[in-house]
Design a protein around this ligand. Structure first.
Ligand SMILES: [Zn+2]
Ligand SMILES: [Zn+2]
Length: 56
């Protein structure tokens, strides 16, 4: 599978889905914020500053 941020080919278990924009991203691209991972600093800060939480 492919990281949608850096386009690297990575195993499916190494991909995470961003809770903000739903992109798939790899460990290399992951930005940790609290106990969550995001695809980018933009999404991490969007969440941190109280953006709307997507419903599960
Ligand atoms: Zn990546
Ligand atoms: Zn994102």
């Amino acid at each position: 599978m492919k990281c949608e941020v850096c386009s690297a080919e990575v195993e499916e278990e190494e991909l995470h889905r961003c809770p903000i924009c739903s992109k798939l991203f790899c460990d290399e691209c992951a930005v940790d914020k609290g106990d969550k991972k995001f695809c980018s600093r933009f999404c991490a800060e969007y969440s941190f500053y109280g953006g709307p939480e997507p419903e599960d």
